[in-house]
Write a new protein. Structure first.
Length: 88
C-alpha cells in the first residue's frame, strides 16, 4: 500500500492516533493505532520493519515498551532481521 492510500484509510478506522512504517519493495510495513481514553502511547523509534512505543496504562498504572514487528517471510532474510533485535 502506498502512503497516500494509507493516509486515506487509517484516519477512518476510529482511533485517536496512529503511526506507520511503509513497506519497502512490496514487503514489510506496519501500523499501530490507539485511543487516548484507553492508553497513553508515544513512538520511541521506527525502523524499516518495526515501530517501538512507550505505553502507559492509566488503569493499571503500568508502563511498558511495545514493539510492533513485521518479520520477513523469506528464510534467508530472517537471521539478519533477528540480529537487529537481539544484537547477536
Amino acid at each position: 500500500m502506498n502512503e497516500q492510500n494509507l493516509l486515506r484509510i487509517l484516519p477512518t478506522l476510529g482511533f485517536d492516533h496512529f503511526d506507520y512504517v511503509l513497506p519497502t519493495d512490496h514487503s514489510g510495513g506496519t501500523a499501530v493505532l490507539w485511543n487516548d481514553n484507553t492508553i497513553h502511547a508515544s513512538v520511541i523509534s521506527k525502523q524499516q520493519r518495526a515501530i517501538h512505543l512507550l505505553i502507559h496504562d492509566p488503569v493499571c498504572t503500568q508502563t511498558l515498551v511495545l514493539s510492533e514487528i513485521y518479520a520477513p517471510a523469506q528464510t534467508h532474510q530472517k537471521d539478519a532481521f533477528l540480529e537487529l533485535f537481539t544484537g547477536t
